[in-house]
Design a protein around this ligand. Structure first.
Ligand SMILES: Cc1cc2nc3c(=O)[nH]c(=O)nc-3n(C[C@H](O)[C@H](O)[C@H](O)COP(=O)(O)OP(=O)(O)OC[C@H]3O[C@@H](n4cnc5c(N)ncnc54)[C@H](O)[C@@H]3O)c2cc1C
Length: 415
């Protein structure tokens, strides 16, 4: 639920050690800096903290991370390295993915020390390419456990709302969703999950607790850590341009709050954590598809590529601009919201055809590969067009569809 945000903390000229721009995962950078004794400031363009992170699944894929290893996973950094070499290869500099691998454990340890979050392994959520060297079908994905966002107190009003919300208050994790979706097929696994989360959601309200899951829990936990650390967060404050000093080193930024400019000097650095450019149509048309429509985003509205733009102004390079987090969804009725397809494509009794009625994809592909394939077809001058999912009665009567249609429920007329 979207709340009325609190008025922003007034911005002023000042000097800090580290300036973090963007209050999504940037809050993690701020927590790391604060723990090392650096004075830190977070600035956020919108009225809300959380960014697309708050709207996301909140799942993290980190090989051999402590949550996996404490729960019986046989993963290792060597296996993770084999997988990254096979899956990422030279599409990203090796030094960068090696750093991701080497520092994953420290990142999770940091979140455990500096936030009230706890995590679980989503066991059975397969790697997206389990067939590659080092891949695993039991998976490495972990996620936050349900988190009580009421611990934020008054600051709760400053937290961005979740993207996909359950129709009733219940904190559904990915691990729950798997069994809830199969509730009509395997009731003894699905029904207890529904009862547990429903009781937690509703019982929590009675106790004045408000449980969240997924990315909303992650963002709330990060925010709770930031508040506890006393790191200031200036909302409604956008980076305008970066300041540079000797040798082109970034020394701070000019920010705008309610039309007023302030200058923040950053002695040790500036972290650009302003998310992607899903709400800048010029950039999407330039780097991705001409056919892209403004409604095609599940991300936070503040993400207009600002960090990329100010970075480029001071000479930063860019890469992988044609890539995004892709996700197939059911087209929204006029004025309505899209419905994402989570597990639907992986279940028996359905197939997908392109606009000309041809089957063109392994429906159960991970959502990234699905999106990339659609893009490739577009680029090759053979656009997929409107895609149609064809399913039988057995399928419809067995599984949840588009997030909220329970088995046997009729399809909405607008579809
Ligand atoms: C529905 C959905 C589900 C997803 N699920 C997952 C998942 O389970 N696991 C996973 O790894 N990834 C997932 N992703 C992708 C993931 O959410 C993003 O990659 C990640 O949240 C990006 O984090 P960020 O900190 O870069 O950006 P954000 O979290 O979007 O934060 C950027 C912030 O910067 C602010 N900002 C923008 N411009 C300025 C400016 N000029 N000045 C100041 N502030 C500015 C924005 O308002 C925003 O608050 C998902 C994405 C979506 C949309």
């Amino acid at each position: 639920m979207t709340r009325s945000p609190l008025p922003p903390v007034p911005a002023r000229d000042m000097a800090v050690d580290l300036l973090v721009i963007g209050a999504g995962t940037g809050m993690g950078a701020a927590l790391a800096a604060h723990e090392r004794g650096l004075s830190t400031l977070i600035v956020e363009k919108t009225e809300f903290v959380g960014g697309s992170t708050a709207r996301s699944g909140g799942a993290f894929w980190i090989p051999a991370n402590p949550v996996l290893m404490e729960n019986g996973s046989t993963d290792s950094l060597e296996q993770g390295e084999r997988y990254l070499r096979a899956a990422v290869g030279d599409s990203s500099p090796e030094a960068r993915w090696q750093a991701f691998l080497a520092n994953g454990k420290a990142a999770i340890d940091l979140l455990r020390r500096t936030t009230p979050l706890t995590f679980q392994w989503t066991k059975g959520y397969s790697d997206y390419h389990p067939e590659l060297a080092g891949g695993t079908a039991v998976g490495r994905t972990c996620e936050p456990r349900p988190f009580d966002v009421s611990v934020l107190g008054e600051e709760r009003n400053r937290l961005r709302s979740a993207g996909v919300e359950a129709p009733v208050p219940m904190p559904v994790t990915s691990a729950d969703y798997k069994w809830m979706n199969l509730m009509f097929r395997i009731p003894h696994r699905g029904v207890p999950r529904v009862v547990k989360r429903f009781a937690q959601g509703l019982g929590g309200l009675a106790l004045r607790r408000e449980y969240s899951s997924a990315g909303h829990a992650l963002a709330a936990g990060l925010f709770a850590g930031v508040l506890e650390a006393g790191v200031p967060v200036w909302t409604c404050t956008a980076v305008d341009r970066l300041l540079t000093g000797e040798g082109g080193r970034v020394t701070g930024a000019v920010l705008t709050q309610n039309g007023r400019e302030v200058t923040v000097t950053a002695r040790r650095g500036v972290v650009l954590a302003t998310g992607g450019f899903d709400h800048d149509m010029d950039m999407r048309h330039k780097f991705q598809l001409e056919a892209t429509q403004p409604g095609w985003s599940l991300g936070s509205e503040g993400n207009t590529g600002d960090g990329i733009k100010v970075g480029e102004e001071v000479g930063a390079a860019t890469a992988l601009m044609d890539q995004a987090w892709w996700f197939p969804e059911v087209a929204p009725p006029p004025g309505g919201a899209p419905s994402v397809l989570l597990a639907e494509r992986s279940l028996p009794g359905q197939f997908i055809v392109d606009g000309s009625g041809r089957r063109f994809v392994n429906e159960a592909l991970d959502y990234m590969s699905f999106g990339q394939l659609v893009q490739e077809r577009e680029r090759a001058g053979d656009p997929v067009g409107d895609m149609w999912m064809v399913f039988d009665r057995g399928y419809r009567n067995s599984y949840v569809f588009a997030g909220s249609l329970l088995p046997r429920m009729p399809l909405p007329k607008a579809w």
